[in-house]
Design a protein around this ligand. Structure first.
Ligand code: AMP
Length: 280
């Protein structure tokens, strides 16, 4: 596997490959890789000539300083994992390399997608995501880029970014990879205490039960049911649960025909914030 720390060198290398008409599959990550990431990488690997992974903890998408400082950094282990799945290229830059020394995000208009859910609770988050993904797309110029449904709102926003800026890349959504007990894999899971880790699978269990309820009950009744469940839980604190249109991410008062719904949840387990979602 080739490892690059500087975009100038990566670009030079990739432009040679492109001359040879090689297709590039790209998986942007923040590292602390787990099987969820690897499932995206394997997909990218199987559908393209060359698989490029980036590991970059993007400071501009963090609204919480402690979350940024404590974000797990395990580059040596990550490299071993990437080698084990035969990843071709790793780009592991500094913030200065990505941002040319000006580590700031640009303001984006994602037609309102950015004001829902995560956008309400993490100020500036999607400006940071938009800025870094746009920059990474310009550096890597992939044919296809792979994003997990684990961050469903992010996935929809990236699709919008590509559409608005006419970026010639195909966005490939990938299924959520879960632990055996149902907890969605996340780099933040290693920061959970033993107690919180044991309790965390409840999040997915409640999502699945809510999906069943939603078949018979109204939108509001289902939301209230989930809120009540969490109000009784001493270890997990619900930040939000909502049922929204998959496409617009907007929630409505009543169920509407023809709309594909999805349940979205964010929960604090101590100081660790966990998110999950499920097609309803
Ligand atoms: P992150 O390193 O958390 O920024 O994630 C990098 C990419 O991996 C994003 O597209 C995520 O949505 C995706 N991802 C993270 N966790 C999972 C998971 N459990 N299943 C599927 N994709 C995931």
């Amino acid at each position: 596997m080739k490892i690059f720390y500087k975009k100038t060198e990566l670009k030079k290398y990739l432009s040679e490959l492109k001359k040879g008409e090689k297709s590039i599959g790209f998986v942007p990550t923040m590292g602390a890789l787990h099987k969820g990431h690897l499932s995206l990488i394997k997909k990218a690997k199987s559908k393209n000539d060359v698989c490029v992974v980036s590991i970059f903890v993007n400071p501009t998408q963090f609204d919480n300083k402690e979350d940024l400082e404590k974000y797990p950094k395990t580059l040596e282990d990550d490299i071993k994992l990437l080698q084990s799945v035969n990843c071709d290229v790793l780009y592991a830059p500094t913030a200065d390399d990505v941002y040319d020394g000006n580590v700031k995000s640009t303001k984006f208009d994602f037609d309102g997608l950015e004001h829902q859910m995560e956008g309400k609770f993490r100020e500036g988050h999607f400006d940071g995501v938009g800025t870094v993904v746009k920059a990474l797309f310009e550096i890597v110029t992939p044919n296809k880029a792979y994003f997990g449904k684990k961050d469903f709102q992010q996935l929809q926003i990236i699709k919008k970014l590509v559409e608005k800026y006419d970026i010639p890349v195909k966005i490939k959504p990938c299924a959520i990879y879960r632990e055996k007990d149902g907890l969605a894999m996340s780099s933040r899971n290693v920061r959970l205490t033993k107690e919180h880790r044991k309790e965390a699978p409840i999040i997915y269990k409640i999502l699945k039960k809510a999906k069943k309820k939603f078949k018979k009950k109204s939108l509001q009744e289902t939301i209230l049911w989930v809120e009540k469940k969490f109000s009784k839980n001493k270890l997990l604190e619900l930040e939000y649960f909502t049922i929204a249109d998959e496409k617009t991410l907007i929630t409505s008062k009543e169920k509407q025909k023809g709309v594909k719904y999805r349940g979205f949840i964010a929960v604090y387990a101590g100081k660790i914030r966990l998110i999950d979602n499920l097609r309803f």
